[in-house]
Write a protein that binds this ligand. Structure first.
Ligand SMILES: NC(=O)c1ccc[n+]([C@@H]2O[C@H](COP(=O)([O-])OP(=O)(O)OC[C@H]3O[C@@H](n4cnc5c(N)ncnc54)[C@H](O)[C@@H]3O)[C@@H](O)[C@H]2O)c1
Length: 328
């Protein structure tokens, strides 16, 4: 069945991939994005399509969201991705992060209720705060450090409150689902200091300057290729019920690779991918409150969505390097 889909934050890293996937499945799509970090040129290849429209506007504005609904002629599904993401912002612009990430979700959620649309929230593993127990199960408790220490959790705590708002809406009857992507990476990543680690490492290669790895590089992450992350979002929005027949409203899905890698090993893997363009690796810097370890358990995604990460880190880095030269 063709759906009328609103993607907030659809000019961003995950959003563009999701838009491509939704259009390929024959759905009608409108993107709302204020281009805080998203880029218009990443959507050039779909701009002329009849099934696609772009609205430059703010997700905290009911009027901008309503404009999208009018273009779609009603909304069946909202993929709510608009947020301020990127660790440097969490510290430098903590109040703006809180403002956009919480108010944007509250407004988008209310509009979805008004339209009778299904809702998918882009949450984050950062919604768990700084937990010790790993792997992160879907229902693990969230643990946050004192706000005096640093502002990192302007982001994670806003995603935690977003999840609470969504669960509250589910109790009120909304069909809403939650996706937590674990370190998505792909060729459209921001490569400057406001970006995320893999984008910055490839950025260093492209400029032929040394790569900086924070701390001693022993912190681990689970890097998940964009194609896998997009598939997780797509399934979370498209399925009526779980693959096992379960109800999906109120389910939060960890969408992540379980291949845990140190950031130093990641930098070495990027160098191995780019061959003769390899650059020096320099250790240093970093941010207060950065997690030492992050690895998901994704049982729920497997059982309910039939989702599992398919792309190894080696293959994903190779794909990213190839697409950096060939795709918009
Ligand atoms: N990339 C990851 O690894 C990751 C991990 C966990 C969670 N997430 C979440 O997934 C979602 C998408 O992430 P992404 O990596 O594509 O980030 P991104 O920054 O590339 O995309 C977010 C988009 O939201 C837009 N935006 C920001 N403020 C807005 C506003 N007020 N109104 C309208 N648009 C606004 C930005 O311009 C950008 O295009 C975000 O909610 C993010 O928090 C991402």
């Amino acid at each position: 069945m063709t759906m009328r889909v609103l993607v907030t934050g659809g000019a961003g890293l995950i959003g563009v991939g999701l838009v491509e996937r939704l259009l390929a499945e024959g759905h009608r799509v409108v993107v709302l994005d204020n281009l805080f970090r998203g880029r218009m040129d990443h959507l050039n290849h779909v701009m002329g399509l009849e099934a696609f429209d772009f609205v430059e506007g703010d997700v905290t504005s009911e009027a901008d969201l309503q404009r999208c609904a009018e273009l779609l002629g009603g909304v069946d599904l909202v993929h709510h991705l608009a947020a301020i993401n990127g660790t440097k912002w969490f510290h430098e612009a903590a109040r703006q992060v809180i403002e956009v990430n919480i108010n944007g979700t509250l407004v988008a959620l209310s509009m979805a209720e008004r339209w009778g649309a299904r809702f998918v929230l882009a949450s984050s593993p950062e919604a768990f705060g700084d937990p010790v127990a790993m792997p992160l199960q879907e229902v693990n408790a969230s643990v946050f450090p004192s706000a005096e220490a640093h502002q990192r959790f302007s982001y994670g705590a806003s995603k935690y409150l977003d999840e609470i708002a969504v669960q509250h809406a589910v109790r009120g009857g909304l069909d809403a689902r939650i996706v937590r992507p674990f370190n998505a990476y792909g060729h459209r990543m921001v490569s400057d200091a406001y970006g995320q680690v893999i984008g910055m490492l490839f950025g260093a290669v492209q400029q032929q300057v040394p790569m900086t790895v924070h701390g001693d590089g022993s912190q681990t992450r689970s890097f998940t290729h964009l194609d896998d992350v997009v598939e997780g979002f797509y399934l979370a929005g498209a399925l009526e019920v779980g693959q096992d027949g379960s109800r999906l409203a109120g389910s939060a899905f960890n969408i992540g690779s379980t291949e845990e890698t140190t950031v130093l090993a990641l930098a070495q893997a990027v160098n191995a991918t780019v061959g003769s363009k390899a650059v020096d690796i320099v250790l240093g810097g970093g941010y207060h409150g950065d997690a030492l370890r992050r690895v998901p358990a994704c049982e729920r995604a497997l059982v309910q969505l039939g989702w599992v990460a398919k792309t190894s880190l080696e293959e994903g880095l190779r794909l990213m390097w190839a697409r950096l030269h060939s795709t918009p």
